[in-house]
Design a protein around this ligand. Structure first.
Ligand code: FES
Length: 245
């Protein structure tokens, strides 16, 4: 999957999110207030199971389509059609896959702990998290993935071979190799984890549920947005340029 154009609907949505997020960053830094973009709407009664497909071709994505340390963010929508998520294939600074093991992740805001499922794929290195910051709801590209060795703005001492997810609105940082656990505030919640299934026979990926805190601004992951049309079996993965990439 190369840098194909995204379809018009998602393009308009992303443009709107980027513009609003950029503006929100300025306002938020000044006032400490950023409002979530998701407006209440109809929801679902259960998590759908959807195959990850290439936005350009509609074909299922394979492991080789997900680049280690990509300079672009892989984004797909789940569980509702306007909930963006990161799809990451974690590697070290030499672009070798790094296996992510299941682990307990704490939610500082509540003291609760959830079990992060770890990585999937042939190398156990593919992970996925909500792309909406848990602090005040900023979205890509304001929040994005910094690969291993990248400097994290405002946190020059932070270092990890597998990098971090960092939000430039107010500086929250999450560790994608630790279930998107909180590394630096002001967030007090990890990013919600997206549960992936990998089929080693077909080398394809399905998304089937979410774990951890609910998506920012929502009482439930299944509410507060636009469901996929009835009968939908896939969700499209697009590549979005990130700030500085
Ligand atoms: S919205 Fe404040 S750090 Fe992300």
């Amino acid at each position: 999957m190369d840098d194909e154009p995204i379809d018009q609907g998602k393009r308009n949505f992303l443009k709107a999110m980027i513009v609003v997020s950029a503006g929100a960053a300025v306002v938020g830094v000044a006032n400490g207030v950023i409002r979530n973009l998701i407006t209440p709407a109809a929801g679902l009664t259960s998590f759908p199971t959807l195959t990850l497909v290439d936005e350009a071709t509609g074909a299922p994505i394979h492991t080789s389509d997900i680049k280690v340390n990509s300079t672009k963010a892989y984004i797909f929508y789940y569980p509702l059609d306007n909930d963006p998520n990161f799809l990451l294939r974690l590697g070290d600074t030499s672009n070798n896959d790094v296996r992510v093991t299941p682990q307990n992740v704490s939610i500082p805001a509540t003291g609760a702990v959830f079990r992060s499922p770890g990585g999937v794929g042939p190398y156990g290195s593919v992970v996925s998290f909500s792309a909406i910051c848990q602090h005040l709801g900023c979205i890509p590209p304001i929040i994005h993935y910094y690969s291993g060795g990248s400097a994290i703005p405002g946190h020059p001492s932070l270092s990890s071979p597998t990098g971090f997810i960092h939000c430039n609105c107010h500086g929250s940082t999450y560790d994608p190799a630790q279930g998107a656990a909180v590394v630096t505030g002001p967030t007090v919640k990890p990013l919600p984890n997206v549960v992936l299934d990998f089929d080693p026979i077909t080398d394809t990926y399905k998304v089937r549920s979410m774990l951890g805190p609910t998506i920012y601004g929502k009482p439930s992951d299944l509410e507060g947005g636009t469901p996929f049309p009835s009968g939908t079996t896939t969700t499209k993965v697009s590549q979005v340029s990130v700030a500085g990439a």
